[in-house]
Write a protein that binds this ligand. Structure first.
Ligand code: RP5
Length: 161
């Protein structure tokens, strides 16, 4: 089957975080690709990726960036494919800079913004899965099972170490 989800990130340094999204997509059997596409360093690559997203059959784009994190918003400006933004945790400002850069989109170009860091990246994978599951009953079943397994892994009572 063709790639349905595109994971893009501003830098190689974002991959340890964005890998969390890839892991979730792998676990749920969703076809995806991972690319480095920087809004600032490779703007032509960003333009080409957004422009071709619909015709390539992408259904969701997960975009992670840190600091002056323009990638998710610029991607959303270039394609109607839903964009899920992941704010990368930065050293200088702990990712609050990334969060603010991604979340405050002007009316007309939404980015579904997740939490800062690894949890946000994993949730981006799950959000993508939920969107795709609306029109894919097999995936819906796998996602329900994934959620049930997580729920079942939580003990009723706390234990001493
Ligand atoms: C952003 O700048 C990237 O998304 C990354 O989070 C941050 C730092 O990039 P590097 O200097 O590590 O390449 O564009």
């Amino acid at each position: 089957m063709s790639v349905r989800v595109g994971i893009v990130m501003g830098s190689q340094s974002d991959w340890p975080t964005m890998k969390e999204a890839a892991t979730v997509l792998d676990e749920l059997g969703i076809e995806f690709e991972s690319k480095i596409v920087s809004a600032h360093r490779t703007p032509d690559r960003l333009w080409a990726y957004g422009k071709s997203a619909v015709e390539r059959g992408l259904q969701v784009i997960i975009a992670g960036a840190g600091g002056a994190a323009h990638l998710p918003g610029m991607m959303a400006s270039k394609t109607r494919v839903p964009v899920i933004g992941v704010p990368i945790q930065t050293k200088a400002l702990s990712g609050v800079d990334s969060l603010y850069s991604i979340v405050q989109m002007p009316k007309g170009y939404p980015v579904a913004t997740m939490a800062i860091g690894a949890a946000g990246a994993a949730n981006a994978g799950l959000m993508a899965a939920g969107i795709l599951a609306l029109s894919d009953s097999g995936l819906a079943t796998r996602l329900d099972a994934w959620r049930d397994a997580l729920s079942a892994s939580i003990p009723n009572e706390p234990a001493d170490d």
